[in-house]
Design a protein around this ligand. Structure first.
Ligand code: ATP
Ligand code: MG
Length: 481
């Protein structure tokens, strides 16, 4: 592998000049150098200087036209400078760290470049490119990072037990980089994860979830989850998912392994371009299967109600994992709850009313639901798989047809509770709720269209049957929405 070449950007010359003037050697380090070598799109730039990182950032800022705006983080001894040409640049003084067993907060003191690179997580992230006049652009590679990039290997620069015990999050980062880059974890490094896995418990959930989400967003997330499972990390950070693993047998009847099935669905969703939340829906779609598993003499293994139970678990899981609890969560919950519905539809003759109900419940998530459902077909029987997918095409077609006609995905009944109360002079009551329900049913069943005149007439008829009399004042018709 050829050494990475520093791109010819003026900002690097500017940093070099400022560093020279301060008499502080400076280096570009970390992910930016790694991604240069891999010809990957590189993100933010990290600069290490032997000396005061904040002072260097300020000196660079002063040299930029219009003066770069430097943000200083005194507590961390770092400073950040946004640039037009190269995103954000973070400056930090080279440091040495010593850790204590009871905490992941290290004692930090100023150190050499060598100290700084040795405390990094992996050899591939411990590369530096000089910004100094005498050897500008030269690679610093004390730990064989270039060799490991070429060999596609994740390896710690120091002994792996030291590196992982110092900051246990690095175990997850090993899996994350392996997954993002398609690398192997070097055997000693891999085995050390097994030995140190329990220490992941001292890491904050936020840091864990950040890495987990990066694994999930990779091109082939299953690879990361297999590593997490095999190292024993998954059982510690997300036990419910690890519990999907395993096959039980009664006589000749075995059910499929729900862990590997889930990973297949996750990969399928990833391949279909699914975003983070659709991927979470894939991870969670069968999460309650172990809790609902039964063996029935006549039909074999069943998981009745796993979609509802799974959906009910979603808020708890999101809370535990410190995932956001707003719209994203509700969407994942909805997808988990509805994930069997299109399959059920595709097995029978598709009736308009069943399609209407699905559109009504799925709303704007209906396309994403269909992506999840297609991904859920992991049968190895190619003919059966093809048949299911063809049936889904029919469902898709039907969904489009009915949506064009009835506009149910953002469905709001034309007759609201207020209208019902006004029409019959009622107070909020069970009767109002029942009338609303009757209207909704009639519209979803296709007995009446979702339009004012027929819906209002329907209401008057049902009211009359219940002995209700419309008020004298004509019910005002609301402005069309
Ligand atoms: P990404 O492309 O995801 O940003 P990155 O390699 O830049 O990858 P960051 O988390 O941004 O990763 O960290 C920047 C650099 O800081 C890393 O390349 C690595 O050298 C170092 N680093 C980050 N976190 C740790 C850690 N927990 N332990 C040791 N070194 C770390
Ligand atoms: Mg980075």
């Amino acid at each position: 592998m050829t050494p990475p070449m520093l791109p010819d950007l003026p900002i690097f010359r500017t940093i070099a000049e400022a560093a020279h003037e301060l008499g502080q050697p400076a280096y570009v380090v970390g992910g930016y150098v790694r991604d240069l070598a891999l010809r990957r799109a590189s993100k933010d730039i990290d600069v290490v200087t032997v000396g005061d990182g904040i002072a260097l950032a300020q000196a660079v800022g002063r040299r930029l036209p219009g003066r770069g705006r430097v943000t200083v983080f005194r507590n961390f001894g770092t400073a950040m400078l946004p640039t037009d040409e190269a995103g954000e640049i973070e400056f930090v003084g080279a440091r040495r760290e010593s850790y204590r067993a009871e905490s992941r907060k290290p004692e930090v003191e100023a150190g050499t470049l060598e100290d700084d690179l040795a405390r990094r997580d992996f050899t591939i992230n411990a590369l530096g490119l000089s910004l100094n006049a005498d050897d500008f652009g030269t690679l610093v590679d004390q730990h064989g990072g270039l060799r490991d990039l070429a060999a596609k290997t994740i390896r710690t620069p120091l002994g792996p037990d030291v590196t992982f015990s110092d900051d246990p999050l690095r175990m997850l980062r090993a899996v994350r980089f392996a997954t993002q880059l398609g690398f192997d974890i070097e055997p000693d490094t891999y085995e050390a994860i097994g030995r140190n896995k329990e220490r992941i418990k001292i890491v904050s959930q936020e840091r864990i979830t950040t890495e987990l989400n990066k694994i999930i967003e990779a091109r082939l997330p299953s690879y990361g989850f297999k590593l997490l499972f095999q190292t024993g990390l998954l059982a510690l950070i997300f036990p419910k998912m690890a519990e999907l693993h395993g096959v039980e047998k009664v006589g000749q009847h075995a059910h499929k392994d729900n862990f590997f099935h889930t990973l297949q669905v996750l990969d399928n969703v990833a391949q279909a371009g699914g975003d983070l939340w659709l991927r979470w829906a894939a991870i969670l779609h069968d999460i309650a299967k172990p809790a609902t598993k039964r063996y029935d003499e006549r039909v074999g293994w069943t998981f009745h109600g796993h979609e509802d139970k799974g959906a009910r678990w979603v808020p708890g899981i999101f809370t535990d994992l410190k995932l956001p609890l707003g719209e994203e969560m509700r969407q994942v919950q909805k997808l988990v709850r509805l994930h069997l519905r299109p399959i059920a539809l595709s097995k029978e003759i598709v009736t308009d009313s069943a399609v209407r109900r699905l559109l009504f419940e799925a709303g704007d998530d209906v396309e994403r639901l269909m992506v999840l459902c297609r991904a859920d077909i992991t049968s190895k029987d190619h003919q059966r798989k093809a048949r299911y997918l063809r049936n889904f095409d029919v469902v898709d077609e039907k969904l489009r047809e009915i949506e064009a006609k009835d506009h149910l995905r953002n469905f709001k009944p034309v007759i609201t509770g207020e209208v019902i109360m006004e029409t019959f002079g009622l107070k909020p009551s069970r009767q109002v709720g029942e009338l609303k329900e009757l209207l909704l049913e009639a519209i979803l069943e296709g007995e009446i269209p979702n339009e004012w005149e027929p819906a209002h007439q329907f209401l008057l008829d049902k009211g009359a049957a219940l002995g209700l009399v419309p008020g004298l004042a004509a019910t005002p018709r609301p402005a069309a929405s």
